[in-house]
Design a protein around this ligand. Structure first.
Ligand SMILES: Cc1ncc(COP(=O)(O)O)c(C=O)c1O
Length: 372
């Protein structure tokens, strides 16, 4: 099955009892047992397994080409569960020199206290990554393209470095989505998602996912998913699955619109730099297109960047990304405020766009007005 078919049919079967073509929302916590230990189809308690979540997890595995998908209450819940599964206190992780601020905060403010050490590295420089690896390194954590600077790291090359170090390569694939980039096929051990973003696609649900190909790792993760308990609820799982069905067509339009906006911004006098990975050699090798996220820096500095964010009318001033509607934000004061004063601090003159699927000319007109 090709991707456009997999988003709709991957891992999906009609409901066995009724033939319902869409998995019902099994809004249930517990399941009747036929005698002690006599589980029906293995269901016991919805933290351990729930049919709606199972349907999403099977679909996630199909999208990323993995053996198993696991769905969580948020992207950060997925990240936390993963790190506490594959690392122990005293271990070390190589993290990106820029990344989603919440991911950085998880390392810096939560897992460091648990005893997990980390080194931020600009992962475009593979020698720097090699130098950062220690005997205790268990994970190379990669986000590509990065949030919000859209830097690109070479997944296949990082997988090679991880293998040599007997560490695992984790790729946060939230920005690209599996429609544009398939980390497991490039050698990554784990694909991570905030399903809140492109997979959900409609700004109506918070969720996270992990997809892996190794069966032992899948079993360890499933154990911790249940033991830690940050699972996706049935309705949230259903919403994400519903969103995924249109992922392929949505990503086409996100990319079409972003390309037109990038062309306009590159010509605009107020803009000093456009961050979009369409000319990046590595991106061209590992992505099919370059997504709906665009960042740019402005001549007038931080105040102008903040003012632009306040002046658009179609682009809604809001955090998050990946929904059908266009969003604008100031990363330094919003999504990445938690990285202020750290090596992951972002420039104050940076504006980030999540380009939606509206009419491109309407979006361009809105931005032109806001840029002045
Ligand atoms: C790249 C990336 N990874 C992870 C996350 C965390 O996901 P969530 O907000 O669903 O916990 C985000 C959220 O913005 C993100 O942008």
């Amino acid at each position: 099955m090709r991707f456009e078919t997999r988003v709709i049919h991957g891992g999906q079967e009609a409901d066995p009892r009724t033939g319902a073509v869409i998995p019902p929302i099994y809004q249930v916590s517990t399941y009747k047992q036929d005698g002690v230990g006599g589980l029906r189809a293995g269901y016991e308690y919805s933290r351990s397994a729930n049919p709606t979540r199972d349907a999403l997890e099977a679909n996630l595995a199909a999208l990323e080409g993995g053996a198993r998908g696991l769905a969580f209450a948020s992207g950060l819940a997925a990240e936390d569960t993963l790190l506490r599964t594959v690392c122990k206190p005293g271990d070390h992780v190589v993290i990106p020199g820029d990344a989603y601020g919440g991911t950085y905060r998880l390392f810096a403010k939560v897992l460091e206290r648990w005893g997990l050490d980390y080194t931020p590295v600009a992962q475009q420089d593979l020698d720097e990554v090699r130098r950062a690896v220690r005997d205790t390194t268990r994970v190379i954590w990669c986000e590509t393209p990065t949030n919000p600077l859209l830097n690109v790291a070479d997944i296949a090359a990082l997988a090679g470095i991880a293998r040599e170090a007997e560490a695992r390569l984790v790729v946060d694939n939230t920005f690209a989505s599996p429609a544009l980039q398939q980390p497991l096929a490039l050698g990554a051990d784990v694909a991570v998602h905030s399903t809140t973003k492109y997979l959900g696609g409609h700004s109506d649900v918070v969720g996270g996912a992990l997809v892996v190909d190794d069966q032992q790792l899948a079993d360890d993760l499933a154990f911790h998913q249940n033991a830690i308990g940050a699972v996706a609820g049935p309705f949230d799982a259903w919403l994400v699955l519903r969103g995924i069905k249109t992922l392929a067509v949505r990503m086409d339009r996100h990319c079409d619109n972003a390309e037109k906006i990038v062309a306009m911004l590159r010509e605009h006098d107020a803009v000093t730099e456009v961050r979009y990975p369409d000319a990046d050699e590595i991106a061209r090798k590992q992505m099919t297109r370059y997504g709906g996220m665009v960042s740019f820096r402005v001549r007038g500095g931080e105040q102008q960047a903040v003012d632009i964010c306040g002046r658009t009318t179609l682009f809604t001033l809001a955090e998050s990304l990946g929904g059908v509607e266009s969003l604008i934000e100031h990363p330094g004061r919003m999504t990445h405020a938690s990285a202020a004063g750290s090596p992951l601090e972002v420039p104050g003159d940076l504006v980030r766009l999540s380009v939606g699927i509206e009419n491109a000319d309407d979006l361009i007109a809105d931005l032109r007005t806001a840029l002045g």
